[in-house]
Structures are given as structure tokens and as C-alpha cells.
Design a protein around this ligand. Structure first.
Ligand code: XLS
Ligand code: NI
Ligand code: NI
Length: 347
């Protein structure tokens, strides 16, 4: 599937579309190389999993990499992904548990697949020197998570979500990840008429506390992150914006272990600028990591476009420098191609 080789810095005058015009990894800016300053990361889900489907149509690109057996498909994704990162000169990646391994017939088989694939990724990291920026668990796609995970009214769902986080944390620790993300896509509600909001928020705090305690117990030294988002898919999400999350974490004594993973398009969905959210995290001592993307001012959802606004990117990097630069965090491209950009070159 791979049709290009290493992408190089060729300068602003280059007409080669597969070259860097301004990103010169070894050039020093503010005492660090651009490579250290920017810490680019590949999102496993968009890059290696998304077939570019939308609610009106099936995918336009096949990401099975010529394989049919489930485990082989996921190994092929990893093989392609690491080659892709090497060609682009990316040093980091981020994943959800479900991105790296196929679902099994039951929960224990699914968790087992994740653990097996983490072994495979560990080998790939060793061969290439590429590291894990952060891991997470997908506790929103499967039907059982229709009313949330940690805030589901069903105790079994809470337990399954916890088991998935446990395994994803173990995989993150095994792979030396410096972050662990919680994005609560369905942790919220659609109507108060059938929602016990206080119980749900307390359950979310219990869930995060257990995850924090377990992570520290198994040797996770990195940062836990909350990734705020006000809506989509749920109408009202509890992790609305950075301010809301800071208040929640302080209330529940989690502010020493948690920081923010700020996503550009989530900021704009909350009615803020990206830099506002980054500055709010910074002044509260919770500047952590960034999901780099952009929205479309005419569309009211998370379009996950690649960032193209030089002005916004500049303000984002200014805030990053003001915060002292990335420590455990980095710039994860939580961004995907449009449906029509369905070739590997587009990627
Ligand atoms: C969705 C989120 C998601 C998180 C990881 O809107 O951005 O992709 O980054 O679960
Ligand atoms: Ni994100
Ligand atoms: Ni998002």
C-alpha cells in the first residue's frame, strides 16, 4: 500500500507536494529543535482505522491492508502505521484500545487481543524508536455505551468500561506512554427528565479516581488527561470545556494527577477560541497535550479537519511556549482526510 518514501524538508520554494516547506525538524526555535518543540503524533484511529464513512454513506478507503484474518489486519495496520510515521518523521502516536486490536467474541477475548497487540507494538517501537504519546479506551462506540460509560445508569456497563480502562492503562504503561486520556463522548445527558445528574457526576469522579489509583499502582508516571468537549454525540457533555473540567477535578481531589488534552475543534464548539482554552489550562496549571485539528466555521460539529489556519496555529504555539512547552504532552493530529481524499498520498 505504501507508495512514498521519506518526506524531507525542502524549503518554501520547493514545488514537491510531498515535502516540508517550513517544518525543518532540526532547526532550533526558542532553544529547542522544531521536532522537540512540536512533538507531532499520529492518531491511530483516523490514520489506520477510519474508512472515511459518514452518516450518509459507507467508507471510501479500505484500511484492511489486503488482509482478511482479524489479527492479521491489525498487525498490518501497525506495520503500515510505523512506516508511515517514519516516512513523515513523526516520533509519537496515540491510540484507543479498539484501534489497535480486533474485537473478540466476548470481553475477555477482546481484552486479550489488546494485550497481545500491545506486545506487537512494543516490538515496533523498539525497531523504530517511535514512542507512545498517550493511550485511551474507546468507551463510546459499542451499543452498550449508548447512555455513557462511567455515567451509564447500568452498573454492568460501568464495570465493563472500567475493565477496558484497566487493560488500556496496562497497555499504555507497557508501551511507556506519557499520557492517558479520558474523552467522555457519551458522559452527559439528553434530558434531565430521565437523568440523575448528581449521581452520574459522582460516578464519573469514582471512575476517574479508581483509574488514577490503579494507574499509579502499576507504575504509570505520566499525566492523566481529560479532553473537554461540550457536545456531540451527546447533547450536553459533562466535560464541557476546560473551566468546567478544572472545577470538577478540584472538587474531587483529582487536580494533582490530571491535566487537559485540548482539542481545537472542541474549543470552538464550546464557543471559545482554541487559544482561550489553552490559556485557561495554563493559568490553572493544567496545560497538558493538544489534539491538533480545526473545525469549519459553517458547520456545527467536530469535522476533524487538518489545521490550515496559520493564525490559529501561531496563537496555539504561543500559548504552548507560554506554558513552558510540552513535557509529557505533544501535538496529536486528531484529524482526518475528507471522503474524496481517499489515497495514501492524500493521507
Ligand atoms: C472526539 C475526540 C476523540 C478523542 C479520543 O471528538 O476528539 O477522538 O480525542 O477519544
Ligand atoms: Ni480528540
Ligand atoms: Ni474531537
Amino acid at each position: 500500500m505504501q507508495k512514498f518514501s521519506k518526506i524531507k524538508y525542502e524549503g518554501a520554494k520547493s514545488t514537491n507536494p510531498l515535502s516540508f516547506k517550513f517544518y525543518n525538524p532540526e532547526e532550533k526555535i526558542g532553544g529547542k529543535t522544531m521536532r522537540q518543540q512540536l512533538k507531532f503524533a499520529m492518531s491511530y484511529w483516523h490514520t489506520l482505522c477510519s474508512g472515511l464513512s459518514d452518516i450518509f454513506g459507507q467508507g471510501t478507503i479500505d484500511k484492511n491492508f489486503g488482509k482478511t484474518n482479524p489479527m492479521d489486519i491489525y498487525k498490518a495496520k501497525a506495520d503500515f502505521g510505523f512506516e508511515f510515521m517514519q516516512n513523515l518523521g513523526m516520533d509519537y502516536y496515540c491510540f484507543h484500545d479498539n484501534d489497535i486490536a480486533p474485537m473478540g467474541k466476548n470481553l475477555s477475548e477482546t481484552l486479550d487481543n489488546i494485550t497481545q497487540m500491545a506486545e506487537y507494538l512494543a516490538q515496533k517501537q523498539k525497531q523504530t524508536g517511535i514512542s507512545l504519546l498517550w493511550g485511551t479506551a474507546n468507551n463510546f462506540s459499542e451499543p452498550m455505551f449508548m447512555s455513557g460509560a462511567a455515567t451509564s445508569p447500568n452498573a454492568d456497563v460501568f464495570a465493563i468500561a472500567a475493565a477496558k480502562v484497566k487493560t488500556a492503562l496496562e497497555a499504555t504503561v507497557k508501551l511507556g506512554g506519557t499520557g492517558y486520556v479520558f474523552w467522555g463522548g457519551r458522559e452527559g445527558y439528553d434530558t434531565l427528565l430521565n437523568t440523575h445528574m448528581q449521581l452520574e457526576l459522582d460516578n464519573m469522579a469514582r471512575f476517574l479516581t479508581m483509574a488514577r489509583d490503579y494507574g499509579r499502582k502499576i507504575g504509570f508516571k505520566g499525566d492523566f488527561y481529560i479532553e473537554p468537549k461540550p457536545k456531540e454525540p451527546t447533547k450536553h457533555q459533562y466535560d464541557f470545556d476546560v473551566s468546567t473540567c478544572v472545577g470538577f477535578l478540584r472538587k474531587h481531589g483529582l487536580d494533582k494527577d490530571f491535566k487537559m488534552n485540548v482539542e481545537a475543534n472542541h474549543a470552538t464548539l464550546a464557543g471559545h477560541t482554541f487559544e482561550h482554552e489553552l490559556a485557561t489550562a495554563r493559568i490553572n496549571g493544567m496545560f497538558g497535550s493538544i489534539d491538533a485539528n480545526e473545525g469549519d466555521s459553517l458547520l456545527g460539529w467536530d469535522t476533524d479537519c487538518f489545521p490550515t489556519s496559520v493564525a490559529t496555529a501561531t496563537l496555539c504555539m504561543l500559548e504552548t511556549l507560554r506554558a513552558g512547552g510540552f513535557v509529557n504532552g505533544g501535538l496529536n493530529f486528531d484529524a482526518k482526510c475528507r471522503r474524496q481524499s481517499n489515497t495514501i498520498e492524500d493521507l
